[in-house]
Ligand binder design. Structure first.
Ligand SMILES: NC(=O)c1ccc[n+]([C@@H]2O[C@H](COP(=O)([O-])OP(=O)(O)OC[C@H]3O[C@@H](n4cnc5c(N)ncnc54)[C@H](O)[C@@H]3O)[C@@H](O)[C@H]2O)c1
Length: 394
């Protein structure tokens, strides 16, 4: 057995899931190594700064770096130096919306030389059902491997707060994997829920598909209201006031990002493309930018208009633009000849302009992500505002 310099090595440790998890474990006194291939993020982190918005993370990061509990490594060999190996790399879908399971298994094959059966291997990434069993097959050489699946269910940007509040689901292929993974996660949360591997994999996909479908219901209601010249936000407020059973109905808005749509697709692929509610939700949520543009086209010749999109992140108050529908909206508007400006409060890009300049330069302003800072924004009367979140009170 090689010496174990670290308690935990998080592979994909500089990503949105791996990084907050790693620093929270380090803040509990565990020796954590964040292993990754992203040199740029490693450089930013070594200076004690977070490479993306994660509320409450930076002070903890500074603390665990100076206490020596947190190490950043770009070397895959670090994986062999930890008792627990947590895998938190991305698990994208391909251009035909199928999960790239093979790619994940190839990654396991590549790091196999740094793993040994004394380690507890924990899958944190969202995976296609049955992937964990296939990983064990990939690893096996007549030895017993201890593999656990402990899915992440945080809301992006708020992991540091949520990791300690949310119960952790733990599944494993051996009793030892379940016991050890449960012991590890009980250092950050007081509630552990045990599940079989198949149950845990489905729980993760069901959770995200469920949220995605809820947003689709709200977006469809919004479209119905718009088509009848009514205000969905008002209808929703009347509906939920004092009526607990309707409280879960979200407001309308872009439902995107790297998880919800992807996991709905993974579930659909798993269910032979017969996850009809999931498919309907995709059409509605992905169709919302088209719906907005159609409404504008009925009013204007878009080729004569300047349109500003406020908020390019995939949701409010974070800087993550992955799979944001604001870009799809921009593309459709440009296709119809509009001149389009982008702005964001958190994400940086040299092509973005400040929000005030965007408002001044645009005939139409569309909220793409409802960042809190837009609440105070003054929109002149001659500018048409499209604000499905109703964040700007006019
Ligand atoms: N972002 C979320 O809120 C969220 C929530 C729940 C679950 N998930 C799931 O967690 C997983 C990770 O998502 P994410 O948002 O953190 O992605 P991310 O892209 O932010 O992070 C992935 C990290 O893995 C690193 N990486 C890629 N290949 C690597 C390799 N070969 N060796 C070492 N590091 C490597 C990347 O450099 C990156 O830092 C995905 O499966 C995702 O579906 C994400």
């Amino acid at each position: 057995m090689r010496s174990k310099e670290y308690d935990i090595c998080v592979i994909g440790g500089l990503g949105h899931v791996g990084l907050p998890l790693g620093i929270v474990f380090a803040s509990k006194g565990l020796r954590v190594c964040l292993q990754d291939i992203n040199e740029e993020s490693a450089e930013v982190l070594r200076q004690g700064r977070m490479p993306f918005v994660e509320y409450g993370a930076e002070p903890i990061l500074k603390e665990v770096l100076s206490s020596g509990k947190l190490t950043i490594s770009l070397e895959p060999e670090s994986v062999s130096m930890a008792k627990y190996v947590i895998i938190a790399i991305g698990t994208p879908v391909d251009e035909y919306l199928n999960p790239k399971t093979r790619q994940f298994l190839e990654f396991i094959h590549d790091i196999r030389k740094y793993l040994d059966p004394t380690q507890i291997i924990i899958i944190r990434s969202s995976v296609f059902p049955h992937t964990c069993r296939q990983i064990v097959t990939e690893l096996r050489d007549d030895q017993e491997w201890h593999l656990a699946y402990c899915p992440e269910r945080i809301v992006q940007g708020y992991a540091v707060q949520e990791l300690e509040k949310l119960p952790q689901i733990v599944a494993g292929v051996t009793e030892k994997a379940v016991e050890e993974a449960s012991e590890l996660f009980s250092k950050i949360t007081s509630k552990i829920i045990h599940a079989s591997m198949n149950e845990a994999e489905l729980v993760k996909l069901f959770s995200n598909s469920w949220r995605y479908i809820q947003f689709a219901v709200a977006n469809q209601f919004h479209m119905i209201c718009e088509d009848f010249d009514m205000d969905y936000d008002r209808v929703r407020n009347i509906m939920v006031e004092g009526y607990e059973r309707a409280k879960g109905l979200p407001s309308a808005g872009f439902a995107a990002g790297p998880c919800l749509l992807k996991d709905t697709m993974q579930l659909s692929a798993f269910y032979n493309n017969s996850f009809l509610l999931g498919h309907a939700a995709m059409m509605i949520n992905e169709g919302l930018p088209n719906f907005i543009v159609k409404g504008l086209k009925n009013k204007y010749d878009l080729s004569q208009k300047k349109v500003g999109i406020l908020g390019m992140a995939f949701k409010s108050n974070i800087d993550d633009i992955r799979d944001s529908l604001s870009f799809k909206l921009g593309k459709i508007l440009r296709f119809h000849g509009a001149k389009v400006f982008y702005s964001d409060e958190f994400a940086n890009d040299s092509a973005y302009i400040p929000k005030e300049e965007l408002v001044k330069s645009s005939d139409i302003v569309i909220i793409g992500a409802p960042h809190s800072k837009y609440k105070e924004l003054e929109i002149p009367g001659n500018v048409d505002l499209v604000d499905i979140w109703n964040i700007i009170k006019q």
